[in-house]
Design a protein around this ligand. Structure first.
Ligand SMILES: [Zn+2]
Ligand SMILES: [Zn+2]
Length: 357
């Protein structure tokens, strides 16, 4: 296995180009303060590639979050590397996914399952076009989407605004289950995002910025394993980020519960060591390894079923059964195990090639 460089970024960010409260420059500064390496702006049906660049030590890239303006409360799609504004396809998510793929772009189903926070009156914006083909993956964990789901009463909203870590639990169970179902068919890769807007929420006398970009970039991030060091050249560095996202060489980390840098999930067989996003036909026994940066509850999952788990810094297992293997890590906070790290799968192909592709 090549040596990879871990880079931490946020891939779901809104700016003043749509309904976010910060300019791209302010957002890049907040990302730098939060220790992020890269950002992808995903404004609603707005694409401003001229904003791409290095802002200090932060690489800012520009994608888009696309929806149907006539029907905005469903089928949001994060689009990267399409090279142009794809919002003309917004009314037809199937055509959109196909057109992005045809251009060599990447697409991820944004917040595919939502739960409305009744008090906040937020509509659920689910992905409905499950017959779509050709998308790269899904947004497994959307920080603001989960946060809003917890705002059931005015009291909970007030508490959650000041102590969000007490509420945040992890990806929704229905999103994890759908991911496992999709993985039975083909590789589908996960990202996690802030869905950062940094808007001010007002409920009667209560007003609070939920949350600053700085806060949002210290929460649910996407960590990539980059195959090359930064070149200082935007086009080449963008290619490095997108290559990792395209091939699932990434994990979702909730960095508010402790930095998730250093997490690894690997499989070793007679051919060598394989990492997240890889698919291969095993040679001999396959040994699985999960390493967490701190003591945690680690789980190894095969085709949606937990096959090994334990509390510590690492977890090992052995299985050469075909299928999708992935790892989940939970940390204790305020008396509960909370979602911390969700790895992209490593896929073992069957002997007769039934999982080729
Ligand atoms: Zn959205
Ligand atoms: Zn969004």
């Amino acid at each position: 296995m090549a040596d990879f460089l871990e880079r931490v970024g946020n891939v779901h960010v809104h700016s003043t180009l749509s309904d976010g409260s910060g300019t791209p420059e302010e957002i890049a500064q907040a990302a730098g303060e939060a220790g992020l390496d890269f950002l992808i702006l995903t404004d609603h049906n707005a694409y401003a590639p001229e904003k791409e660049g290095w802002y200090g030590r932060v690489l800012l890239l520009v994608g888009e979050e696309i929806h149907d303006p006539a029907n905005p409360h469903r089928n949001h799609l994060l689009v990267f590397r399409a090279g142009r504004d794809m919002s003309a396809y917004g009314a037809d998510p199937l055509a959109l996914c196909g057109a992005v793929a045809a251009r060599g772009g990447l697409s991820f189903l944004a917040h595919p399952f939502e739960r409305s926070g009744a008090f906040a009156g937020e509509p659920e914006i689910n992905w409905e076009a499950w017959e779509a083909q050709g998308y790269t993956g899904l947004e497994l964990w959307n920080y603001m989407s989960e946060f809003k789901a917890h705002l059931a009463t005015p009291g909970r909203t007030l508490l959650a605004a000041f102590w969000p870590k007490a509420f945040i639990q992890g990806p929704f169970a229905e999103t994890l289950a759908q991911w496992d179902a999709l993985l039975a068919e083909r590789p589908v890769y996960a990202v996690g995002g802030a869905d950062a807007h940094a808007l001010v929420y007002r409920r009667g006398p209560f007003a609070k910025r939920l949350f600053s970009y700085r806060h949002l970039f210290g929460a649910v991030n996407t960590h990539i394993l980059a195959s090359a060091p930064w070149q200082g050249d935007v086009a080449r560095d963008a290619a490095t980020v997108y290559d990792a996202l395209e091939h699932g060489r990434a994990f979702v980390g909730y960095d508010a519960l402790g930095a998730t840098r250093g997490f690894r999930f690997e499989a070793a067989d007679g051919q060598g060591v394989h990492t997240m996003g890889e698919a291969f036909r095993p040679q001999g026994a396959v040994r699985w390894q999960v390493w967490a940066p701190r003591r945690a509850l680690l789980r190894l999952i095969h085709n949606g079923r937990v096959i090994a788990q334990g509390v510590g810094r690492s977890l090992a297992g052995e299985s050469a059964e075909p299928g999708a293997y992935r790892a989940e890590v939970y940390r204790r906070y305020a008396g509960q195990w909370r979602g911390w790290i969700f790895a992209n799968p490593i896929i073992l192909q069957g002997e007769r090639g039934e999982r080729d592709g």
